[in-house]
Write a protein that binds this ligand. Structure first.
Ligand SMILES: Nc1ncnc2c1ncn2[C@@H]1O[C@H](COP(=O)(O)OP(=O)(O)OP(=O)(O)O)[C@@H](O)[C@H]1O
Ligand SMILES: [Mg+2]
Length: 281
């Protein structure tokens, strides 16, 4: 089932001469886990803003073409309606959290939906348990680490039970350990809860073996789109830098060593090399 569709979408922010998205066509199926990458300024955040209606409802400009999310044309759908189905998490959690406790933060969106008190309580408890936030439920967001804050941001949108989750560089301000932890949580949301994920991230290495599809943007356009194994071998990867494991794979190949399929993680690479060298684990 197609859950998101862009038809010839071109968007130019008010005051700009050049469009920030140029003739983008894409279909996303329910349950996909998409990694969206590309150089700074290529239009990734602009793409994300269209998914929950921030464009055109909050950012002015000229929108051509059609964006449909769960059958709703974003142009004609109020953002509060879209927010029930599309959760958004940004780079900077501090700007998203503003209440006096984690519990209140998670309940906020649900209260706005006008859900019964009991239902709100249940959902808050559910996500707190699912994300392991029991020990911080009464803390204020400003008392938390960046990684914890991002988990709370995810918990708040998760409580809305969205079909789609859009995360725009959620690990940009986190240390490597917290980043990995957050990416593992995001992977679980896709695998266990079947939420369709669109994740903007520069560090491909940590995600290639987890995502179902890799999309590379450049200058407002989608330049490559497909399964990570295919995309990583495309010449356009130069734009963002060829992942280390693929670089090693290519060098080995050039030197005459065939190790099978391109590896998508360091573990994959080690396994393939051991196998090719005749080691049996
Ligand atoms: N609010 C805005 N008003 C005007 N122009 C904007 C606005 N936001 C983005 N742009 C322009 O649109 C283009 C795409 O920006 P966008 O933020 O979507 O890129 P990005 O891929 O998310 O970059 P980054 O990796 O730095 O986050 C850039 O040229 C940018 O200057
Ligand atoms: Mg951005």
């Amino acid at each position: 089932m197609t859950i998101i569709e862009f038809k010839s979408v071109t968007f130019t922010y008010r005051g700009n001469d050049e469009p920030s998205l140029l003739n983008v066509n894409i279909e996303i199926e329910k349950g996909e886990f998409i990694l969206l990458t590309g150089p700074s300024g290529c239009g990734k955040s602009t793409f994300c803003r269209l998914l929950n209606g921030l464009i055109p409802h909050f950012y002015g400009g000229e929108l051509k073409g059609e964006v449909t999310v769960l059958g709703m044309n974003v142009k004609n759908t109020p953002t509060y309606e879209l927010a029930r189905h599309v959760g958004m998490v940004f780079q900077d959690p501090e700007n998203q959290l503003f209440l006096s406790s984690v519990e209140k933060e998670i309940a906020f969106g649900l209260e706005n939906l006008g859900l019964p008190r009991e239902e709100i309580k249940n959902r808050v408890n559910q996500v707190i348990k699912y994300l392991g936030l029991e020990n911080i439920r009464e803390k204020a967001p400003y008392e938390l680490s960046g990684g914890q804050q991002q988990k709370v941001a995810i918990a708040s949108v998760l409580a809305m039970q969205p079909e789609v989750l859009v995360l725009d560089e959620p690990t940009a301000n986190l240390d490597p350990y917290s980043s990995l932890e957050l990416l593992n949580i995001i992977t679980r949301l896709n695998k266990e809860l079947k939420i369709t994920i669109i994740l903007v991230e520069h560090r491909l290495e940590m995600l290639l073996d987890k995502v179902s599809r890799l999309i590379l943007m450049d200058k407002g356009k989608i330049v490559v789109d497909g399964p990570p194994r295919d995309v990583v071998l495309s010449p356009e990867m130069k734009i963002v830098g060829v992942p280390k494991v693929i670089e090693v794979y290519n060098r080995l190949k050039k030197a005459g060593y065939e190790i099978g399929q391109p590896p998508l993680s360091p573990e994959d690479l080690v396994k393939a090399v051991r196998k090719a060298a005749g080691f049996h684990d």
